[in-house]
Design a protein around this ligand. Structure first.
Ligand code: NAD
Length: 512
């Protein structure tokens, strides 16, 4: 591909701010609804583009393009399909820094973190390159006399993906490589806050040789989402976002006969036992609490100090947090801004509330010396100590760089806290006691567990997903569960009659 996003999927407007497009049927399609939103650079506050919001009709056009492309793509051989995936992988490897730069410009996370997100998404592309192996069915010869049985898994048709702002590339890549490799066609509705990564990847697919209509992108809000949720030709919905919307997506999508996997919000606890290496624990608490400014569904937001280590642990975390440099993600800072002014105000408001409700503000990120030009949406690393479980900083998902220390006197109380929490996405334990770690992984009601690993995001060949209010539906993302989600099973029972076999028998078929 010699073209770039700038010359195909955007058009300049009179005001000089480029207008993004949808991507339907293999080409950039300007928005026709007349509704737009500004896309801001969170480090400067400047408006970088305008994103169109799709009307219901535009969603129908995207679904129609995907539906038209489906029979041809389904019938394309597995080796041809996967060779296109291999090409996509090669192109993405070569051009990953371009995608990372786009992510930083719209999301704000630092460049190295954006590159990390692309790499973790790429893992799923690599997993999906193995689709011929993953789709192999079972076969039984002579299951009954002269009867053979085999199973196959076939694609669903048009599948919808609705993604959040915090991983503009990785979260869509949790789903679309597997969906496409398995023979489905896709309509992706990315977050309106970070629309460009999806368009960039659509162009990469075109360059990789994906037929027109197999991968489509529509931008928008609830109108676009509802258009996908209620469309009879959309067979499944893969959603990632906040819990209230995940619940709505699950209820509405299933009511319209679709299979739905809806991943929701999180409140992840990191438990530090008294025998842990406290320097290691402090390093990892800072990495997991403040990486990507806390805007990760696997961020640690509650640091549970067990026993008499709390004072030392708080001091070690505070020392590290104070040393972090917050600013423009393109300037080699440790931490970038929050995604919008609204997010900045919300997070600052939670710190105010925590202070009011009696938490000790050990490190205060509400003000600071941020390395950026303009009017970025910054909140620095914040450490709150002596946080009570009734305070809003503990009960709510803040989704910002705020680490709350909860002091408990026993391992049992730590597990009780985690299991009482309505979310169950990720959790971690830091200890040198293998028996305690083993007990923890057995007892906590959480989908992804780290033992001395603070952000235990599973590899692509395992599946990603939480429990309780962190996931609606029963299928996690990627890995073999992802392959299962994007295919449906068929079992074929075959008898080739020999001439001696004949006769009428109305009894239920039995083995013999
Ligand atoms: P969000 O729920 O606001 O938005 C997610 C998607 O839903 C976006 O595409 C958005 O346009 C759409 N949407 C928003 N409001 C809607 C409505 N009323 N009706 C229909 N669609 C709507 O989430 P976000 O702020 O973009 O992302 C942050 C959230 O995502 C956090 O809660 C975070 O924990 C969660 N998240 C979870 C995981 C996970 O794996 N469990 C991963 C990443 C993010």
């Amino acid at each position: 591909m010699t073209s770039t996003l700038d010359d195909t999927a955007t058009t300049p407007t009179d005001g000089g701010v480029p207008e993004l497009t949808h991507w339907i049927g293999g080409r950039a399609v300007p928005g026709g609804s007349g509704t737009f939103a500004d896309v801001t650079d969170p480090a400067t506050g400047a408006v970088g583009a305008r994103v169109p919001f799709a009307s219901a009709t535009e969603v129908q056009e995207a679904v129609a393009a995907a539906r038209t492309a489906f029979p041809g793509w389904r019938d394309t051989s597995l080796s041809t399909r996967t060779s296109i995936l291999f090409r996509f992988r090669e192109l993405l490897n070569a051009r990953a820094p371009e995608l990372a730069a786009l992510i930083t410009a719209e999301h704000g996370k630092v460049l190295s973190d954006a590159a990390g997100e692309v790499a973790r998404g790429q893992e799923v592309v690599e997993f999906a390159c193995g689709m011929p192996h993953l789709l192999k069915g079972g076969s039984t010869e002579n299951a009954s006399t002269g009867v053979d049985v085999h199973s196959v898994r076939q694609p669903l048709g048009v599948v919808g993906i609705i993604s959040p702002f915090n991983f503009p590339a990785m979260v869509p890549m949790w789903f679309f490589p597997i969906a496409i490799a398995a023979g489905n066609t896709v309509v992706l509705k990315p977050s309106e806050k970070v629309p460009s990564a999806a368009l960039w990847m659509a162009e990469l697919w075109r360059e990789a040789g994906l037929p027109d209509g197999v991968f489509n992108v529509v931008h928008g809000d609830k109108v676009a989402v509802d258009g996908l949720l209620t469309h009879p030709d959309v067979r499944s919905i893969s959603f990632v976002g906040s819990t209230p919307i995940a619940r709505y997506i699950y209820e509405t999508g299933t009511a319209h006969g679709k299979r739905v996997q809806a991943l929701g919000g999180a409140k992840n606890h990191m438990v530090v036992l008294p025998d842990a290496d406290l320097d290691l624990a402090a390093d990892q608490a800072v990495n997991a609490g403040f990486g990507s400014a806390g805007e990760r569904c696997m961020s640690i937001s509650a640091l549970v100090a067990v026993g008499d280590i709390a004072d030392v642990l708080v001091e070690k975390v505070a020392e590290r947090a104070r040393g972090l440099r917050t600013g423009d993600g393109r300037r080699s800072c440790d931490m970038g801004p929050l995604v919008t002014r609204v997010a900045q105000d919300r997070v600052s408001g939670y710190i105010d509330a925590g202070e009011r409700e009696g938490a000790t503000v050990v490190v205060d990120g509400r003000t600071g010396d941020f390395d950026a030009d303009g009017h970025g949406f910054f909140v620095g690393p914040t450490l709150l100590d002596r946080v009570g479980t009734d305070m809003s900083v503990y009960t709510d998902e803040i989704f910002g760089p705020v680490l709350s220390v909860v002091r408990v006197d026993s391992y049992e109380r730590a597990v009780e806290l985690i299991n009482a929490n309505p979310y169950g996405n990720g959790t971690a334990i830091f200890t040198n006691d293998g028996g305690a770690a083993r007990r923890f992984q057995n007892e906590v009601e959480v989908g992804m567990i780290g033992v001395n690993v603070p952000v235990p995001v599973p590899m692509a060949y395992y599946s990603f997903g939480g429990w309780k209010n962190s996931l609606f539906g029963d299928t996690h993302a990627h890995g073999t569960e992802g392959v299962h989600f994007f295919t449906r099973g068929k079992v074929v029972t075959t008898r080739w009659l020999d001439p001696s076999h004949a006769g009428v028998d109305l009894g239920f078929p039995q083995n013999g």
